[in-house]
Design a protein. Structure first.
Length: 180
């Protein structure tokens, strides 16, 4: 109201603002993208990215380099940066940062449910933004209620799925949810 709010901003938001500014300065620039477009091999791309913030994630990878490895390591860097922000944030920013991850959680629930009903669709699991612990849950869970108990009960999504998860869910319903 009187402009004094800025006096205490750094108490709660100064550190995170500095981190985000650091992340911003580490983003690839237009010149970086132009150089990447001129690379002839994946080794050239790895060499160029090693001079950026992505370098530590790519430095120990052996040759030959594959596109999936480059994408995986670059994604890992972004995920680690995001998790660091989430751990350092206080409310209401931490709540917001958690909420923007729910879309990925919901996609994972739907894809994992499809796998439960059709195990032959195992290659779809590669599309999930999750860790490998869900594989163990999928092997143990025999119906949707068990999958809910093992995977969702401790997540922020649990209240949204608690009433609608039943043991008899048709594959058509899950496909509708997946593409909706």
């Amino acid at each position: 109201m009187f402009g004094f709010e800025a006096l205490t901003f750094n108490i709660h938001g100064g550190y995170l603002e500095a981190i985000v500014r650091g992340y911003r300065s580490g983003m690839l620039t237009a010149a970086d993208y132009n150089n990447l477009c001129q690379c002839e091999t994946l080794e050239d791309i790895k060499l160029h990215l090693s001079a950026t913030d992505y370098g530590p994630y790519l430095q120990n990878e052996p040759s030959p380099v594959h596109t999936t490895m480059i994408v995986e390591k670059c994604t890992l860097k972004l995920v680690n940066d995001y998790k660091h922000l989430l751990c350092q944030a206080t409310k209401p920013l931490s709540t917001f940062l958690e909420y923007i991850t729910y879309g990925y959680m919901i996609d994972n629930v739907v894809l994992n449910s499809l796998l439960l009903l059709a195990p032959c669709m195992g290659e779809m699991f590669g599309n999930c933004w999750t860790n490998a612990t869900l594989w163990a849950c999928l092997k143990v869970a025999h119906n949707m209620q068990e999958l809910y108990r093992l995977v969702l009960v401790d997540t922020p999504l649990a209240p949204y799925f608690s009433q609608c998860i039943t043991s008899e869910v048709s594959p058509g319903t899950l496909l509708y949810l997946l593409f909706d």
